[in-house]
Design a protein around this ligand. Structure first.
Ligand code: RP5
Length: 191
């Protein structure tokens, strides 16, 4: 059985290596009960051609990859710390962090520990919005509305696209598709 200590050691050993195959986006959440909501972030990245990285030693047939971890701020605070603290050294360029079915500390803590890696926070329920967005001055965290993890996935891709024209084009095409969708609906309503 894998223990919290095993996972922390794995993260720390990956941080010590120069991993060409490191995941570009980290999706973290406080509990497996957040998975249904947080799946939207992975869906957005899947649609943009990212591959899910389940093994950092593997080379995936995609320009970008993401990984998914459950790292509770309350049940496994040491693992949460290790994930955020090693993120930059492991090659993660942006983190999507969701929590808040009960307590919503994970996105905020992750943003502070992983700094300067940007974090997009997802309140998994409406009641957690104020907690997730309520960071003090000087401690930045970008956040989406309750449950909008799909948008958080898009935001993560936008960060990466600032230095990658091909990904930028995929995001522009995605946006253009939405324009067409709205135009089609309008056209039907006026037929
Ligand atoms: C938060 O409270 C987690 O992010 C999750 O939303 C909730 C805990 O849920 P259970 O694991 O108790 O279902 O900390």
């Amino acid at each position: 059985m894998t223990t919290e200590t095993d996972l922390i050691e794995r993260l720390e050993s990956e941080a010590e290596r120069d991993l060409a195959t490191a995941p570009d986006v980290g999706i973290v959440m406080g509990s497996d009960s957040d998975l249904d909501v947080m799946k939207g972030a992975a869906d957005a990245l899947d649609e943009l051609g990212f591959a899910e990285c389940t093994d950092v030693e593997t080379t995936y047939d995609a320009d970008y990859t993401y990984e998914t971890w459950v790292v509770s701020a309350h049940r496994t605070p040491d693992l949460m710390y290790a994930y955020a603290d090693t993120a930059e050294a492991r090659g993660v360029d942006v983190i999507v962090a969701g929590a808040g079915g009960k307590s919503a500390d994970l996105p905020n803590m992750t943003a502070s520990i992983a700094y300067p890696v940007p974090v997009v926070g997802v309140p998994v329920q409406e009641k957690s919005v104020d907690s997730v967005i309520g960071m003090p001055t000087g401690a930045p965290l970008t956040a989406v509305d309750a449950g909008k993890s799909y948008n958080a996935g898009l935001s993560a891709a936008q960060v990466l696209a600032r230095s990658d024209d091909a990904l930028r084009e995929r995001l522009v095409a995605f946006h253009d598709d939405q324009k067409s969708g709205v135009a089609d609906v309008s056209e039907r309503l006026h037929d």
